[in-house]
Design a protein around this ligand. Structure first.
Ligand code: FAD
Ligand code: FES
Length: 508
């Protein structure tokens, strides 16, 4: 049985670097400059790529990171740097023209080449592998065929694959040659080294809480205020900026990864990176572990704060791995989240009412390794002058009835959830929850979140400090998770991630 995912959220990539776990820095707040040219918020693949390109272009970017570089999705990804991306292209094609999909692929292709070249230049390993998309059900097979159609329309050389290298029978499979799998913390190390070589600065342990003014912006942080002529919010979802409609249109999806010693019979040099398009997706790749090669199994995704017991999701993934590969005890297991927009196409560019000086990139839908780098390059180009053509085509994709229907459904779901959760919490119960459990109950001034972790029972407000969503207990990670836009908090109310900028208040 897989153990609960540790609260420090340490992925195998973090564990293998033997760095301190990505917890908020406990040292005194680092000193900040009083004014900067461009402030980049967030040191994942997006923010670091943007900062490197700006520094190479003669600007003086400063990156501030709430935790440590790579602490977000980038350090917890499965890190396939691939242009074949499950059902991603057909989802975008439902909302956008063929030209817009081609532009999306182009942004990925440019980001992929740029990131892999940078990693090789800094002697970080890159493993070339075919990417495979497959199905084991008939419904999944239809999605595989549709993906092949849209990918070919976008110019990708897709192969129909009978011999896909997977040790089970499939109903359909396609592949794309010469894609890559990496250690994402190797990507972070290469980006950081390149940034510093061009006199860019990275400051860790500084959380941004808001922006005010404009031209220049006053940026409020945990280490004091600073002024910035331009700001890039590379935080997955915009923070501290009320004009960010992306928050309302985005949904956070959490999924799980488990690393096992490589089972016998699998050749790590030839095993493909793969993703299934059945009802419950499964992601597979091999990786170099600290003592032995590993098989990395990902999936069991669900919207943050929804889908019931998260422990059950991890157990489901573990059972599948044992049945299909006869794996032994897991070496590492972890979880992370990424965002998707109701309009499917990622948003990369300036936020409304910012006059082109506050930029963000979001909505990668778990495909942000190549695109994160590509988005960083686009935002850097926006500020350096001369946005590339593919960025313009992605931004001006046709908004049709599919967009309107998805946006309407997303807004309706959010409103319904707010009302249901506010009236649905149970009456206060006398007893403390069992170890590792939490419940929402009626408190003195609204819903209250009560949980017991490591023998300590905490009672905090169950109302998310972002826009008021009522939180749900995540029993695998022992956290309070918001179903509206994915903010997460520890059992004592400390903010972990997402667009919320304040902790939960304690409630007696
Ligand atoms: C389980 C899982 C598997 C995935 N697998 C793949 C894959 O195989 N291939 C692929 O291409 N993509 C994959 N993805 C998606 C990919 O990892 C992400 O899209 C990508 O890493 C996002 O990078 P980012 O830099 O935009 O965000 P992040 O890496 O999350 O970086 C954002 C940073 O901003 C910081 N931050 C947030 N708020 C603040 C604040 N207020 N002040 C200061 N700093 C702040 C965070 O601490 C974080 O470090 C996967 C995602 C998940 C969840
Ligand atoms: S994250 Fe937006 S309301 Fe909780």
């Amino acid at each position: 049985m897989v153990k609960p995912i540790p609260a420090d959220r340490e992925s195998m990539w973090w564990a293998m670097r033997e760095q301190p776990a990505p917890t908020p820095a406990s040292e005194p707040s680092p000193a900040l400059p009083s004014a900067v040219d461009v402030l980049v918020i967030g040191a994942g693949v997006t923010g670091l790529s943007a900062a490197v390109e700006l520094a190479r272009g003669g600007r003086h970017p400063v990156v501030v990171e709430a935790w440590r570089a790579g602490a977000g999705a980038t350090g917890h990804t499965t890190a396939k740097v691939s242009l074949l991306q499950g059902a991603r292209l057909q989802r975008i094609r439902q909302h956008a023209s063929a030209e817009a999909v081609r532009s999306y692929v182009e942004a990925n292709r440019i980001g992929q080449g740029w990131l892999l070249d940078l990693m090789r230049a800094h002697s970080e390993p890159v493993q070339t592998r075919p990417a495979v998309t497959y199905a084991v059900s008939d419904e999944g097979a239809q999605r595989v065929h549709r993906e092949a159609e849209v990918a070919r329309e976008a110019g990708l050389e897709i192969m129909d694959e009978a011999a896909h290298g997977l040790p089970f029978t499939t109903t359909a499979a396609i592949s794309l040659a010469d894609q890559a799998q990496v250690d994402p913390m190797g990507a972070v190390a290469a980006l950081r080294a390149e940034l510093e070589a061009h006199e860019g600065e990275l400051i860790e342990g500084v959380r941004v809480t808001g922006l005010s003014g404009g031209n220049p912006w006053t940026v409020h942080t945990s280490a004091g205020d600073l002024r910035a002529d331009a700001v890039i919010m590379a935080t997955q979802t915009p923070v501290g900026f009320r004009g960010a409609a992306q928050n309302a249109l985005s949904q956070a999806k959490r999924s799980y990864a488990i690393a096992y010693p490589l089972p016998s019979g699998i050749d790590p040099e030839s095993f493909p990176m793969s993703l299934s398009l059945d009802a419950s997706a499964r992601s597979l790749r091999t990786a170099v572990g600290s003592d032995c090669p590993v098989l990395l199994v990902g999936g069991a995704g669900h919207p943050v704060g929804e889908g019931g017991s998260t422990t059950a999701h991890v157990a489901e993934l573990d059972t599948w791995a044992r049945e299909h590969f006869g794996v032994g005890e897991p070496l590492w297991s972890w979880s992370a989240q990424d965002y998707l927009l109701a309009t499917a196409m990622p948003f990369i560019g300036a936020l409304p009412v910012s006059h082109g000086t506050v930029l963000t990139a979001t909505g990668y839908d778990k495909w942000g390794m190549a695109l994160g780098a590509g988005a960083g390059l686009i935002m850097a180009a926006d500020l350096l002058g001369g946005s590339p053509g593919h960025a313009t085509a992605m931004r001006h994709h046709v908004t049709g009835w599919h967009d309107a229907a998805s946006i309407g459904a997303q807004v309706a779901k959010t409103l319904e959830r707010i009302v249901r959760d506010r009236v649905g919490s149970t009456k206060a119960d006398e007893g403390a929850p069992a170890e590792g459990q939490g419940r929402v109950e009626q408190g003195p001034i609204g819903p209250r979140a009560v949980s017991t972790v490591d023998g300590r029972t905490c009672s905090v407000s169950a109302v998310c400090t972002h826009l008021g969503g009522v939180l749900a207990w995540n029993d695998a990670e022992r956290s309070w998770d918001c179903p509206l836009h994915g903010s997460r908090f520890t059992s004592d109310g400390t903010r972990l991630e997402g667009p919320a900028t304040a902790d939960l208040a304690p409630v007696d």
